[in-house]
Design a protein around this ligand. Structure first.
Ligand code: HSE
Length: 406
């Protein structure tokens, strides 16, 4: 079986390494040897073994009937989409780790794969090495999945962990995450939550079977989370995580990405460093959680290669095709309900009356270890819209963080 890899960056070189390191067992499991015939990249790699496979022209790959599987690990929507579509139309299966591509064009590419009776597989696009898509698509098909809550971005989880446990500063931990190869080329996608948003859009599309547009998902990143917020979290027996969540109820999806306070009893509380985890609630299964390396060269490449093996073993049959182009209705974010931790300027008890007047008599003030020249309180459960209306009338709000209840 001859394959081509599009992009020899972190993941692409990882795919070559996985195929090389585990060659014997991969051959046994695939039922035939998998050989990389071409690697498409703009660069040359003089002196490296891979150089003899490097091509700069995609036509060479698309027009070669020997290539049965194309691995797209370039990232970004274009030209990845054009290349992938062309491969599928040429009757080649495609494996990708590219969440931007899958979130934007997944339904269309799956349709093409269906028509051409080939596979379009994208396990590595969500949760890196964690086999969550195959679990949803193969193992949990008897269930209606009612909720998915995930820590889906390794970079930000690494940062939140360091900030929580070590009191580390935001810039330093971001730099460390980049040096470790976790962050996207432009870390904005990680820290602003765009990466997690695309991943939850893919998961929401899979559990509903319809297109959930990532543009419709409320997304807030971690850039405003501070060490003060972490002190409040500690005082409340909680931590702060960037959570990507979707709830599927009565045919509707509600979805959002935001930093949230998470109680110590929650299964996601102990998911630290670069690890990702996906908490799943099925109407028959109950609760399950999938945990593992959500980013990094070899974990991601492991998921890519397992998809290649699946594609090799399943010619003429698309094994993960359950997501149509029909648009999935979403619950408006403004109507979703939760409690909010609000930090305001000024000390308690001076602020007590003013706070209760606006946010209600049953707010609960949080006692932190240090006096910070500010105070924080937890609101009763209310809608996002109700919170925003109240917050607009209150002077001196420093920050607000939502509380994950379950
Ligand atoms: N930048 C991503 C992360 C890589 O940190 O999780 C995996 O998608």
């Amino acid at each position: 079986m001859k394959i081509a890899i599009l992009g020899f960056g972190t993941v692409g070189s990882g795919v070559a390494e996985v195929l090389d390191t585990n060659k014997a067992l991969i051959t046994q499991r695939a039922g035939e040897e998998i050989e990389v015939k071409y690697v498409l990249d703009l660069r040359d790699f003089p002196g490296q073994k891979i150089q003899e496979k490097i091509v700069h022209d995609y036509d060479v790959i698309a027009d070669d009937p020997e290539i049965k599987v194309v691995v797209e690990v370039m990232g970004g929507v274009e030209p990845a989409n054009t290349f992938v579509k062309r491969a599928l139309l040429a009757g080649k299966s495609v494996v990708t780790s590219n969440k931007a591509l899958v979130a934007k064009c997944g339904a269309d590419l799956l349709k093409t794969a269906r028509e051409k009776k080939v596979n379009f597989l994208f396990e590595a696009s969500v949760g890196g090495g964690i086999p969550i898509l195959r679990a949803l698509g193969v193992s949990l098909t008897a269930d209606e999945i009612e909720e998915i809550t995930g820590i889906l971005n390794g970079t930000t989880n690494y940062m939140m962990t360091k900030m929580f446990y070590e009191g580390a500063d935001y810039r330093t931990v971001l730099k460390e995450a980049q040096q470790n190869g976790y962050a996207e080329a432009d870390p904005t996608a990680d820290v602003e939550g765009y990466d997690a948003c695309r991943k939850i859009a893919i998961l929401a599309s899979i559990i509903s079977g319809k297109q959930v547009d990532f543009e419709d998902i409320y997304t807030e990143g971690i850039t405003k989370v501070t060490s003060e917020d972490m002190k409040y979290a500690k005082a409340m027996g909680m931590t702060i995580k960037l959570l990507a969540k979707c709830i599927y109820r009565d045919g509707k999806i509600s979805a959002g990405v935001a930093p949230c306070l998470l109680p110590a009893e929650h299964p996601l509380y102990s998911v630290n460093d670069v690890f990702n985890a996906v908490f799943v609630r099925g109407n028959m299964l109950g609760d399950a959680m999938f945990y593992g390396s959500g980013a990094g060269k070899l974990p991601t490449a492991s998921a890519v290669v397992s998809d290649v093996i699946a594609a090799v073993k399943n010619p003429d049959k698309d094994i993960m095709n359950f997501w149509s182009e029909e648009k999935q209705p979403l619950v408006a974010w403004k109507d979703t309900k939760k409690r909010f931790l609000v930090r305001v300027k000024g000390d308690w008890p001076e602020k007590d009356g003013e706070v209760r007047k606006v946010f209600g008599g049953d707010v609960v003030f949080v006692e932190t270890e240090e006096r910070l020249g500010e105070c924080g309180f937890v609101t009763p459960v209310m809608t996002e819209e109700a919170y925003q209306e109240k917050a607009e009338t209150f002077d001196g709000i420093l920050h607000m963080i939502r509380i994950e209840e379950d």
